[in-house]
Design a protein around this ligand. Structure first.
Ligand code: NAP
Length: 486
């Protein structure tokens, strides 16, 4: 039986989710340590410093409900302001001393007899804790395409999530591979300063306008003075985003209207019919992530921008050779090619009861009950885990649901002095079958390649329903779904 003291908790990752979890744990009186491999906090908001990096969810919605920020300077905050917000949270809630930077966890091994996790850091130190929370996210490891000759390029080449700020791109010939959420931010930010920008597009994206604007000082003061006004604003944003689940999650055909509106905007923004045709997707809007930008399509008209739609065949010292045999000569090559979204915990090794290896358990795709717990891996919780990504609303809302669920589990562990809580196999099976069945009717399954769908056809990333439905499911831990060990 566990002692009467509160369980010790380790969180892996000091990004949005890890910081939110640590705040809540500290407030609830749990001894908590956050292990962060890098030297700074912020997760994706630390890593993605490319020109134009910003959030495509409005800031008042993309922030913790318990820590509203009345003075967001813009409707869509840029990367530095979001990183500052996270620093502010760490400072305000006194988390500094709880974060161990430069400490990657190599292995986590569960000791069933004692109900402990034994962590081994990449430096070889071992640490014992009672509960483990992974807050590693889904968009952490840059994906570099497996292109022939990738290392032969003579100039600087880097991924957008590892932007090389030593390189001055002014007046250079720059190639950008990819047209996802990152590329549509980076291309308009670069196009005016470079000599020539070659954009290598494999699949054209759908875009919706980004009604960005600066908040005037009076409005920020108003929000600070009357928090209820800010709350109402957030509720309105929430409702607007949540309503989109009808098309995304239940009736993808409804989204045809959005496709018509997209084509109408494209006609207005790109006069050249050939270029317009190249920019017109042939799949349902929402199947891939819908991108939010008002300046990407206008940038396509710039005289110094070349949209290349021939496939990239190989990288050569001078640049990129496309399938038509042409070599596109470049000074700098930027990979806006996304992330390894199926590698939820890589390279950490997680060993559960009886030494079972989580990588093995997940060889056909990651799955977790409510996206949070995995049978055989007691006292282990995932934030922003499998099947909890969204196409329609703020991920912070999902993360807060998960944080509350983890707190509920820890409370149970503590008050009942349990050695461990282990989710039962049928609970996961039922949840997983439900999610996969529901996903079949969503827009994500309407037949396109996206980072949501693994090579085996399984969608291990997305949540198929509303975030309110998810909150209902995660409101409290159902004891019948868990083995309680004393
Ligand atoms: P992404 O959406 O996965 O896009 C990667 C792009 O690279 C795609 O256009 C892909 O083409 C292309 N690509 C990959 N390999 C290629 C190859 N060999 N040849 C040519 N093109 C290739 O990655 P991302 O843009 O970094 O965005 C990832 C996610 O991060 C987003 O969906 C979003 O969730 C998040 N994000 C959010 C924000 C925000 O504002 N909140 C900003 C940036 C990113 P295909 O489409 O043909 O595969």
């Amino acid at each position: 039986m566990r002692s009467t003291t509160k369980p010790t908790v380790a969180i892996i990752g000091a990004g949005f989710a890890g910081i939110g979890m640590a705040i809540r744990l500290k407030q609830a009186g749990y001894p908590v340590t956050v292990f962060e491999r890098e030297a700074d906090l912020g997760g994706v908001w630390r890593d993605n410093t490319y020109p134009g990096a910003a959030c495509d969810i409005p800031s008042h919605l993309y922030s913790f409900s318990f820590e509203p920020k009345p003075d967001w300077t813009r409707r869509y905050a840029t990367q530095p302001e979001i990183l500052d917000y996270l620093r502010h949270c760490v400072h305000k809630y006194g988390l500094g001393a709880h974060i161990r930077f430069g400490t990657g966890i190599a292995t986590a091994e569960f000791d069933e007899q004692r109900g402990h996790w034994r962590l081994t850091t990449e430096g070889g130190e071992t640490i014992e804790i009672d509960a483990l929370v992974s807050a590693c996210g889904q968009l952490r490891i840059p994906a570099l395409p497996d292109l022939l000759g990738r290392d032969t390029f003579a100039g600087p080449a880097f991924h957008t999530a590892r932007w090389d700020h030593r390189q001055d791109l002014t007046g250079k010939r720059v190639g950008v591979i990819g047209t996802g959420a990152t590329a549509v931010q980076v291309v308009p930010a670069l196009v005016d300063s470079v000599h020539e920008l070659r954009l290598f597009q494999r699949t054209p994206p759908y875009l919706v306008p980004r009604p960005d604007r600066a908040y005037p000082a009076w409005q920020r003061r108003l929000f600070a003075r009357f928090p209820l006004l800010q709350k109402l604003g957030r509720a309105k944003l929430f409702a607007q985003h949540e309503a989109r689940v009808l098309g995304f999650g239940y009736a993808p055909r409804m989204l045809r209207v959005s496709e018509v509106l997209f084509r109408r905007r494209l006609r207005r923004q790109v006069p050249d019919p050939d270029r317009r045709a190249a920019l017109t997707p042939d799949y349902r809007i929402g199947c891939k992530r819908v991108l939010v930008s008002s300046d990407f399509h206008p940038a396509m008209n710039r005289a110094n921008l070349a949209l290349v739609t021939d496939s990239v065949r190989e990288i050569v010292p001078e640049g990129v050779r496309t399938d038509d045999g042409r070599v596109h000569e470049l000074d700098v090559l930027v990979y806006a090619t996304g992330f390894r979204t199926q590698d939820f915990l890589t390279p950490m090794r997680v060993l559960g009861r009886g030494g079972r290896d989580l990588d093995e358990e997940w060889r056909d795709g990651a799955r977790a009950h409510l996206g949070i717990t995995v049978p055989g891996f007691p006292n282990f919780f995932l934030l922003y885990g499998p099947n909890t990504n969204l196409g329609h609303n703020s991920i912070i809302y999902m993360i807060e649901s998960q944080i509350a669920y983890v707190l509920d589990a820890l409370q149970r562990l503590h008050t009942r002095r349990l050695r461990y809580l282990d989710v039962r196999v049928p609970a996961l099976r039922e949840f997983d079958e439900h999610v996969q069945r529901r996903l079949r009717n969503t827009v994500f399954s309407t037949g396109c390649d996206s980072w949501y769908i693994a090579d085996n056809g399984r969608n291990a990333n997305n949540w198929p329903s509303s975030v309110l439905a998810y909150r209902r499911l995660t409101r409290s831990l159902d004891p019948a779904e868990y083995e309680h060990a004393r």
